[in-house]
Design a protein around this ligand. Structure first.
Ligand SMILES: [Zn+2]
Length: 180
């Protein structure tokens, strides 16, 4: 009755320290097959990810797929949407402007790294961590459609029928005016 991950499923993604990555002679590879924090997906996020530490730059490359459930902006029905992110990014390794005090690096404040805040992630503290899960979250979020449409079969706005059913005679009167 073990709940441990079954054979074949890769270990969950964890932040990796950049000084450690720097010591690796080869790029670091991850197999991805798990849910990603912050992204509600119907299926686990699957794919692969590579991080290669060059001096001054972290080169990250990834390719992942998943399926998310979205709400159609028009008919408000839920529909499934295949989400795929393929990204190649160079992250600058440069100490942030804040005075680097002694002691361990401070933990990242999640509010500072809100998904909408940009630029923050283009630069990494060379003594800090690279978080592959967070990176994938950002790449997938970028692929989310700006406008959600359930497809060609969209029945259209649902509001009319509900207004009709509300028994408000003023709507009927308005429609009659328009039609005449
Ligand atoms: Zn729709």
């Amino acid at each position: 009755m073990s709940l441990a991950a079954g054979a074949g499923s890769p270990p969950p993604l964890r932040p990796v320290s950049l000084p450690e990555l720097r010591l690796l002679a080869a790029p670091r590879h991850w197999e991805v097959n798990q849910p990603i924090a912050g992204l509600e997906s119907l299926t686990p996020v699957r794919g692969k990810l590579t991080a290669h530490h060059h001096s001054g730059v972290l080169e990250v490359e990834g390719e992942v797929d998943t399926i998310v459930t979205l709400r159609c902006d028009r008919c408000l029905n839920l529909f499934n949407h295949a989400l795929r992110a393929e990204a190649h990014e160079l992250l600058e390794l440069a100490a942030a402007g804040v005075g680097s005090g002694p002691g361990p690096s401070r933990p990242l404040d999640p509010t500072e790294l809100s998904p909408s805040g940009d630029d923050l992630d283009d630069r990494l503290d060379p003594e800090g961590d690279f978080d592959p899960e967070r990176w994938l979250f950002e790449q997938l979020s970028l692929q989310l459609p700006l406008v959600n449409r359930c497809g060609a079969e969209c029945p259209g706005p649902a509001t009319w029928s509900s207004e009709e059913g509300s028994g408000d005679s003023r709507w009927a009167a308005l429609r009659q005016l328009k039609e005449s």
